[in-house]
Write a protein that binds this ligand. Sequence first.
Ligand code: NAD
Length: 390
Amino acid sequence: MIIGVPKESFPGERRVALVPAVIPTLAKAKLEVVVEAGAGYEAGFRDSDYEAKGAKVLPERAAVFAAADVVVQVLCHGSNDRTGKADVPLYRKGQALIGFLRPFGNLETLQDIARAGVTSLSIELMPRTTRAQTMDALSSMATLCGYKAVLVCADLLPRMFPMLTTAAGTITPARALVIGAGVAGLQAIATARRLGAVTSAYDVRPAAKEQVESLGGRFVELPLEAKDAQDARGYARAQDDSFYQKQRELLGRVVAESDVVITAAVIPGKKSPVLVTKEMVASMAPGSVIVDVAAERGGNCELTRPGEKVVEHGVTIVGWFNLASAVPYNASQLYARNISAFLAHLIQEGKLRLDLEDEIVRETLATRDGEIVNPRVREFFKLPPAGAPA
Ligand code: NAD
């Protein structure tokens, strides 16, 4: 069975779906790898590194799609809403496609994939279970986003993070606040602490307190109780408007006292709640920095412009997407491990086994036999159940 790795084509994307180090493991499972020339270059991997590990490098993108039984990408048609469509004519009937498909984004892109007869599996739909942990690329990428968000703040802030005692006097440490202590937020806390900032964090899920404190952060206690804050899978539940209103009021003082605010508060499948208003931005000292990790889902800050960096009331607000791509070496390394674990799970004796009894397959399978088969996706787009008469 042949696994194909095209070069990522989204403008500025620097990751690659498989790195040379995973190729020997795949070879043991009798999987051959073909890579488009230059695919790993931006992430720090040469064509010769792939060849040294046993992959075949092909100069033409079309040849990779033509050869592959399974195409693995980071941003596929769907999450790559700029250049992804150009791959559609290259798809082959019966081929499988694995990557970020943005399954709740645009129905048309999924229909394109289905119509081409491609069996697609969406990495975003990976269940957050212990069994699927090695395949959970959302968590891997969130970890890198949290790390990079802090570095962006450190770079833009007109002051240093650590405390320093010098002959010219003492430099006080920067104060960082992280709102939303999920995977990205926790990594942001750890990174801000390592750089020496006094770091606080808040999350609606009570379980987050212990995790924040274990990283040396101060948990901001708000006299506010979220109703059923956490669902059975460990995710936050959406709250009503009066809750968010109260939360903003209570967080106001903490935000005003912070030099850096990193917002990473997300509700799965919903627009992110606005937790930092324009008034709160105006209350911060000039030169302060907000990095809104939730920007792609609308943002947690009222003044975030998704995809952009703006300065409002003297505060720099960064709403860049895809911060993981700014650490492409490690992002590709982790993504490649997630993907090879997924391939090992799906492929047995050289064949793709799509056992719908298996939760991992059932939840991630997006298209098959010409149609969108995922029940959550069909429900989201208000399509009748798969196989039902139209
Ligand atoms: P996420 O990206 O969906 O959300 C980020 C954080 O924002 C969450 O901690 C959430 O509680 C918080 N949040 C939402 N609304 C908020 C508000 N109004 N104010 C403050 N914070 C708010 O979450 P995630 O990072 O993917 O992970 C969330 C949970 O899932 C965690 O408990 C994590 O440990 C768990 N998880 C489990 C697995 C696994 O078991 N394999 C994998 C990944 C994550």
